[in-house]
Structures are given as structure tokens and as C-alpha cells.
Design a protein around this ligand. Structure first.
Ligand code: NAD
Ligand code: UFG
Length: 335
């Protein structure tokens, strides 16, 4: 297949590009580099040993998107492009609604015009209403608590409506839990701008000496060690999930939500301990107040993806931290 990856220069997109290229598919990346760098394309090509053409375009630019579709015969699209910082979305809701919603609408319009109707969408565990019991199941009630999450809930609904209106569409709504880690080569990984919001990149920067201390947001939750529990999944497992989802939607029509998680939760303290083993030394921590909006425990019921896609995460927390640390050391030393 010839597959368009919107946002393919980003964290999850770059790893998925490698997996798709290595499995024999052709890949074209479309990115505006608002949260990534063009240099990642060379590294994707070096790992996969194949070329990965890139279109520097913004999904909000209707003419540019149409032009990309005019010049390439795509069979399917994986739609990663979007803004993703929860806190920023509260401060700049219109940027999030404009970029994520209008970007998706422009993309699906161009797809429909060009007869491309197989789509994988990057959704999130954040679409689940906070009062659902854990683990979250695909049939649970939806409802997000911040503008970022609401864009995901709305886009899922838009795509379901598109499928209802035209039975030729086939859409996988992949609800990622907490992707971490990096490619085992250490050549691509997560590269957030500024001070990271998420746990793993923060821990990584403390281990590298770029930040002084890890702040643990609360140790008084009703969890075994009092710290928050999440379903961390290796980004390479997640990337492989996209390949399975692409194969799945080729055979079916409609909209299909899937959790992509491991089905297992780790606490903040367990993650820090695993990272300490990876980098070989103790890391400074400080217990802070709970972060507003955080839930005590979030993890996936991973049964549907296992049964329908044949997906199961293979890499454990040790491997996630070892790969993240390898990437951090390379990125830090400018290699
Ligand atoms: P990322 O920021 O690394 O990648 C997103 C890419 O999209 C970036 O390269 C950015 O430059 C590009 N982009 C953004 N807006 C664009 C636009 N209008 N036109 C063209 N390109 C644009 O993020 P990621 O972690 O790789 O996440 C990918 C997707 O997965 C996002 O939709 C995100 O919401 C979703 N997701 C991520 C996580 C996570 O923890 N990383 C969890 C759940 C869901
Ligand atoms: N945490 C800390 N210190 C930090 C950062 C995080 O203790 O510096 C804790 C949090 O309180 C939480 C856990 O580490 O218990 C994980 O926090 P992250 O910020 O890494 O991840 P979240 O689960 O809060 O959010 C992530 C994505 C969201 C997405 C959500 C889906 O960032 O975009 O998963 O469940 F919506």
C-alpha cells in the first residue's frame, strides 16, 4: 500500500513510518513541523533503509492538502497530526479546536474527493469519561474533561458520522494509552519542546542532568504505593498496532474503536525505579501536590484489540525505559 502519515514526523508517527516501511509499504509523511523537525526523516530512512518522501504542509491549508492527494495515489491514511498538550489546550482552546477539528475535516474531504476511504485515527484513552470503572473498555461512556480530549471525542463522532453517511469508509479509532520508549536504535524518540509535561520525558531529562529533580504529583492516591497508575506502552508496540489495524480495516467497512494499551498499570514510583535501573543510578525525587485533573488509575482492557487485531504488547517496562534512555543519551549529546 501507499500510505499517507499526517504528523508522520512526530513521536508516534516516526516509529510507525519505520514499521510500515520495514513491512514493505510505501509511506509519505505530511507534516507542518509545528512539533517536530525535518531531520527525523533522514533518520527514518536510515533505520528502514528505504526512502520516505515528505510533504511540508499544514492540514488547515485546503489547497496544499488537495495538491498532495493529486500528486500521490494513496491507498490509506494514518492521521496522527494534531496538537496534544492538555494544559495548553485549556489556555488556547480555539487553537486546539481549529487545528484538530478543521485539520481532520480538510483531510477527510480530500480523502473523499480522491476516493481514499481507509483511515486510522490517533485517538486517546482521554476520551473515556472519568467515572468509568477501570480497566476501560471500548463500550464505556465517552466524555473528556479538557479541550484536547474533547477534540478527540468530537473527531471520533465526526468519523463515525462519515462512515454512517458513506458505507465505503473504513476507520479505526485507536485509543492510545501512555506511549513511551523509543526505537531500539536510539535514532528516533520523543523530543518535546520546552519542559516536558509527561512523566517519562521528564524523568529522562532529570537522568540526563537537564532538569534537577522529578516531581511526583501526589503519593496519597488509593493505589498500592500511593502514586498514580498508568498503562505505559512501548511506542514500537503501538506502531505495530497500526500495521495490524490497517490490515483489519482493508477487509471491513465501518468505524472500529480499539484500545491500544498493555492491559497492565505501573505506578509513578515503579516507572522511576525502572528508569533508575536503565540509567544505572538513583534519581532525585520530590513529592508534590496532586496535579489538577489527574485520575488515580487508568489502564486498558486490551481484549478487543487482541481478539480482533491479534494485537498484544510485547515489550515490558524495562525495555521501554532502556530504549528511552538510549534515545535520551543520543539526543542529549547531539548525535
Ligand atoms: P507529536 O506532536 O510528536 O506528533 C504530531 C505531529 O503532527 C507533529 O509532527 C506536528 O508537527 C504535526 N502537526 C500538528 N498539527 C499539524 C497540522 N495542522 N498540519 C500538519 N502537521 C501537523 O505527537 P505524538 O505523540 O506523536 O501524537 C500523535 C497523535 O497521537 C496525536 O494526534 C496525539 O493527540 C495522539 N495521542 C498521543 C498520545 C501521547 O501520549 N503521545 C496519547 C494519546 C493520543
Ligand atoms: N506525573 C508525575 N510527575 C510528572 C509528570 C507526571 O508524577 O512530572 C504523574 C501523573 O500524575 C500521572 C502519571 O505520572 O499519574 C502519568 O502522567 P503523564 O502526564 O505522563 O500522562 P497522563 O496519563 O496524565 O496523560 C497522557 C497524555 C494525555 C492523554 C492521556 C490518556 O499526556 O494526552 O495520557 O490517558 F490524554
Amino acid at each position: 500500500m501507499n500510505i499517507l502519515l499526517t504528523g508522520g514526523a512526530g513521536f508516534i508517527g516516526s516509529h510507525t513510518a519505520v514499521v510500515l516501511l520495514e513491512s514493505g509499504h510505501d509511506v509519505v509523511v505530511l507534516d507542518n513541523f509545528s512539533n517536530s523537525k525535518p531531520s527525523v526523516l533522514d533518520r527514518i530512512e536510515a533505520i528502514a533503509g528505504r526512502s520516505c518522501p515528505c510533504e511540508n504542509a499544514d492540514l488547515l491549508d485546503e489547497a496544499a492538502v488537495r495538491d498532495v492527494f493529486d500528486r500521490h495515489g494513496f491507498d490509506a491514511v494514518v492521521h496522527f497530526a494534531g496538537l496534544k498538550a492538555v494544559g495548553e489546550s485549556v489556555e488556547k482552546p480555539l487553537s486546539y479546536y481549529a487545528n484538530n477539528l478543521i485539520g481532520t475535516i480538510r483531510l477527510t474531504e480530500a480523502m473523499a474527493e480522491h476516493g481514499v476511504k481507509d483511515l486510522i485515527f490517533s485517538s486517546s484513552a482521554t476520551v473515556y469519561r472519568a467515572d468509568n470503572p477501570v480497566p476501560y473498555h471500548e463500550d464505556d461512556a465517552l466524555g473528556a474533561t479538557n479541550p484536547y480530549g474533547r477534540t478527540k471525542v468530537m473527531i471520533e463522532q465526526i468519523l463515525r458520522d462519515v462512515c454512517a453517511a458513506d458505507p465505503q469508509w473504513s476507520v479505526a479509532l485507536l485509543r492510545y494509552f501512555n506511549p513511551i520508549g523509543a526505537h531500539p536504535s536510539g535514532r528516533i524518540g520523543e523530543d518535546p519542546n520546552g519542559i516536558p509535561n509527561n512523566l517519562l520525558p521528564y524523568v529522562s531529562k532529570v537522568a540526563a542532568g537537564e532538569l534537577p529533580v522529578i516531581h511526583i504529583f501526589g503519593d496519597d492516591y488509593g493505589t498500592p504505593d500511593g502514586t498514580g497508575v498508568r498503562d505505559y506502552i512501548h511506542v514500537m508496540d503501538l506502531a505495530e498496532g497500526h500495521l495490524l489495524a490497517l490490515e483489519y480495516i482493508r477487509e471491513r467497512k465501518g468505524a472500529f474503536p480499539f484500545n491500544l494499551g498493555t492491559g497492565k498499570g505501573y505506578s509513578v514510583k515503579e516507572v522511576i525505579a525502572a528508569f533508575e535501573r536503565a540509567c544505572g543510578r538513583p534519581l532525585p525525587v520530590e513529592i508534590d501536590a496532586r496535579r489538577a485533573g489527574d485520575l488515580p488509575i487508568v489502564y486498558a482492557n486490551a481484549d478487543l484489540a487482541r481478539a480482533e487485531l491479534g494485537f498484544s504488547a510485547k515489550r515490558d517496562l524495562t525495555e521501554m525505559c532502556a530504549d528511552a534512555w538510549r534515545w535520551q543519551q543520543r539526543a542529549w549529546s547531539g548525535q
